[in-house]
Design a protein around this ligand. Structure first.
Ligand SMILES: Nc1nc2c(ncn2[C@@H]2O[C@H](COP(=O)(O)OP(=O)(O)OP(=O)(O)O)[C@@H](O)[C@H]2O)c(=O)[nH]1
Ligand SMILES: [Mg+2]
Length: 295
């Protein structure tokens, strides 16, 4: 038996979460076309007959300013995840034609003793050879693979490149565990995915979602439905108005879309009760960040 940890790092929007979903053949992680979708390092568990691999998703690395405490938390959680890894995938967009400061930052923070595989994603859209050459100029990789999380191209080659770096060892997680997190957290992520899907510009990035109550028929047999009460936290009154929408239309849509997605994942009919609250400048406030799950 082999068992090990593989961490995925890269710029925002490279497709890190999409890749893990593709490898695990599920939609465990939320994805969106907007950068900074992922906000926590999340462990997802892949099993086959003779190996267990813990894939750690990370937030996209970007350079925050010193007031952006959420950005600082995101980068810290990347650093912490890296140290724990047996192998790292540096996920890049195959269409990259020019390196950015964030790429040099990633090259700088990667631990020197852990093998790094250059993984060129979105190769359904662009020829990866030029991007691979660019990144090989700034870092020495153990291997390089071109993939597409969307079409699943190259995923077998990627697994073959990962396996030699996974040590012998017994499985850490039971085979039926997909993610090392709670149902309550997954519900808050699904709601955040719908916020990212339905709201535009900066607004979704100013929203945190906290599930205040999660009552499942598994625990409360007298209930027929899963009951979820959640609060959407915004930074300003203006954002709160946008999240609610005219005559409450937007919050209703967020609730509807979240309900369908949560019912899909849990297989249980759900009732979602959403509230909106302003916590001024929460992204700059360490105590608020902690309360909202970013600590
Ligand atoms: N064409 C194409 N699009 C992809 C591929 N993989 C991911 N995408 C799209 O890229 C966007 C970003 O995907 P995510 O998986 O959320 O990216 P991420 O790296 O996790 O982003 P952050 O969490 O913000 O750092 C989404 O719109 C995906 O559908 C791919 O192989 N090909
Ligand atoms: Mg992500």
């Amino acid at each position: 038996m082999k068992c090990g940890v593989v961490t995925i790092i890269g710029r925002p929007n490279a497709g890190k979460s999409s890749l893990i979903n593709a490898l695990l053949k599920t939609h465990a992680l939320i994805i969106s076309p907007k950068p900074q979708t992922t906000r926590n390092a999340l462990r997802c568990i892949y099993n086959d007959d003779d190996s267990q691999i813990i894939f750690t998703d990370t937030p996209g690395l970007y350079t925050p300013d010193s007031r952006d405490k959420l950005g600082i938390f995101l980068n810290d959680s990347i650093l912490e995840a890296l140290d724990d890894s047996d192998c790292i995938l540096w996920l890049i967009d195959a269409g990259t034609r020019k390196l950015k400061p964030d790429d040099y930052e990633i090259a700088k923070i990667l631990p020197k003793k852990i093998p790094v595989i250059l993984t060129a994603n979105k190769s359904d859209k662009s020829d990866p050879s030029q991007a691979i050459r660019l990144y090989e100029e700034i870092f020495t990789f153990a291997d390089r693979v071109a993939i597409s999380a969307r079409t699943k191209r190259g995923l077998d080659s990627l697994m073959a490149a990962i396996m030699p770096h996974i040590p012998e060892g017994e499985a850490i997680y039971d085979a039926d565990i997909l993610m090392d997190t709670t149902e309550k957290f997954m519900a808050s992520e699904i709601i955040r995915e719908k916020v990212l899907m339905l709201l535009r510009d900066e607004v979704p990035h100013c929203v945190a979602v906290v599930v205040d109550e999660y009552k499942s028929p598994d625990e409360y047999p007298d209930r027929k439905k899963l009951y979820i009460r959640a609060t959407l936290i915004t930074e300003t009154e203006g954002q709160k108005k946008i999240v609610i929408g005219s005559k409450g239309e937007m919050i209703k849509r967020i609730g509807e879309e979240s309900r369908k997605a949560i019912e899909n994942v849990t297989g249980i009919p759900a009732y979602i009760d959403l509230w909106v609250k302003v916590v001024a400048n929460w992204r700059k406030n360490p105590a608020a960040l902690k309360r909202f799950g970013y600590a």
